[in-house]
Design a protein around this ligand. Structure first.
Ligand SMILES: *Cc1c(COP(=O)(O)O)cnc(C)c1O
Length: 439
């Protein structure tokens, strides 16, 4: 029997808001992927969220698996976070002077994270990574950095760079406005390729300041790397006097309180954070050893500053969030919930023999419309597979399930997703897959 596509939900009010937004903002949005360019229809304008649910301007309700792209590990409108924000907001929004709240958030993080001695708060993940790169260059007195094809590190100039062709390549800019001379300082190689790593260090001996990698690459599908590879990466950077930067803007406080560093049991030189650290408010951070952090101004020669850095309201949201995350049962529970959810989806897919895989780690999951058993490099993702994601995405929206508007994006499960939410979501995902793979 042929599955019927579910009737489209009303997007009348969202549609009108989007038309208006297009007169204000490029593409009608303040961050490109929100524009729904890779899926059917136009963006939904969200009015409110509560726990795992969101409501759009037309009153449609969804179970949310985007979770603001990761920060909302406690779901929407979390009581503790809300109360912490309200309790502090009456004292003023910003002073440009230190507050006790910065100490409290730092203490919570540093006391429970053995991989960094000192931290600096900034206002976004992009800023954290940009600062970490500058620190690496300042400390090593070298200019080149190595990044991996398929890892996203925010939109600073040095990192809007993609691979050319060849094992080791000078980056090509992936955005207009990035000077070629900047891209020349960024070398781009494939993930999960020890040969490419060896080659880059041979070819650019004593020139590489740092290698940067996402804790677990999760911005271009979920590209799970082997532990051996990550340990090889640690060893080869050390041998060559280059720093290893873990960009844990997604994985920090997601894979566990100590993120990917603990997950792989590896000591990076610099770690960047974002997303979860501010509990939905704009916070980023970078941390490292006392020795490295002594290079940062005003102690050292590497300049980095921010008018709103350590903003008290954002710190309060971060403290409330991380206070929940340090509870011993938090990650085991959330990760087990996710594992069970993913196992049920996989079981359904197996009985139907559908050519789709679900890759998952901790509370992150990704649908890969592929026959491959493993996908560990960006070029193993087939662009055509995104057509199938589009069909699934539209069907899920029509059924009240909100996934990120691109097949390259991962899904997140929060502690606010109830058993009932996940049962409902599974049923709709099964039906959406039936629609995608009918005939
Ligand atoms: C989201 C993200 C960034 C950028 O953070 P923004 O807060 O969007 O600037 C950097 N690195 C990684 C790994 C990310 O996922």
């Amino acid at each position: 029997m042929k599955s019927q596509k579910t009737a489209d939900i009303s997007r009348e009010k969202s549609g009108k808001l989007f038309e208006k937004a297009k007169t204000y903002f490029p593409g009608g949005v303040n961050s490109p992927v929100r524009a729904f360019k890779s899926v059917y229809g136009s963006p939904l304008f969200i009015e409110k969220g509560d726990k795992a649910h969101i409501w759009d301007a037309d009153g449609n309700e969804f179970i949310d698996f985007c979770c603001s792209w990761g920060p909302l590990i406690l779901g929407h409108n979390n009581t503790d976070i809300r109360e912490a924000v309200i309790a502090n907001i009456g004292n003023g929004l910003s002073f440009g002077a230190p507050t006790k709240l910065e100490n409290e958030l730092a203490d919570l993080i540093l006391y429970n994270n053995k991989y960094i001695d000192k931290i600096r708060f900034v206002s976004s993940g992009t800023e954290a990574v940009m600062s970490a790169i500058r620190l690496a260059r300042g400390y090593t007195k070298r200019d080149k950095i190595v990044k991996f094809e398929g890892c996203y590190h925010g939109h600073s100039d040095s990192l809007l760079v993609k691979a050319g062709s060849g094992l080791v390549t000078f980056g090509e800019t992936s955005s207009a406005g990035v000077p070629k001379s900047f891209a020349d300082e960024t070398l781009v190689i494939d993930l999960n390729d020890t040969e490419a790593l060896t080659a880059v260090f041979e070819q650019f001996k004593d020139q590489i300041a740092a290698v940067i990698i996402e804790g677990v690459p999760a911005n271009n599908g979920l590209l799970l790397q082997s532990k051996e590879y990550i340990h090889f990466l640690r060893a080869i950077t050390k041998e060559n006097g280059a720093l290893l930067i873990f960009d844990e803007v997604i994985t920090g406080f997601r894979l566990g309180f100590e993120g990917a560093a603990a997950y792989y049991d590896v000591q990076p030189d610099i770690i960047t954070y974002g997303k979860i650290i501010g509990g939905g408010m704009p916070v980023g951070a970078y941390g490292a050893s006392n020795e490295l952090m002594a290079c940062i101004s005003p102690d050292g020669a590497v300049y980095q500053a921010g008018t709103l850095s350590g903003n008290p309201i954002a710190m309060a949201a971060g403290i409330a969030t991380l206070t929940t995350l340090v509870q011993p049962a938090f990650y085991p529970t959330l990760n087990a919930t996710t594992a069970a959810f993913v196992a049920d989806l996989r079981a359904y897919i197996a009985t139907k023999n559908y050519p789709v895989k679900i890759f998952s780690v901790a509370s992150i999951f990704w649908f890969a419309f592929s026959e491959l058993e493993q996908i560990q490099k960006a070029n193993e993702i087939q662009a055509e597979s995104m057509e199938l994601y589009k069909v699934m995405h539209r069907e899920l929206l029509n059924r009240g399930i909100y996934f990120g508007p691109s097949g390259y994006e991962v899904g997140f499960i929060s502690a606010a997703h109830t058993t009932e939410d996940l049962e409902i979501a599974k049923k709709h995902i099964f039906a959406a897959l039936d629609l995608v793979f009918q005939d």
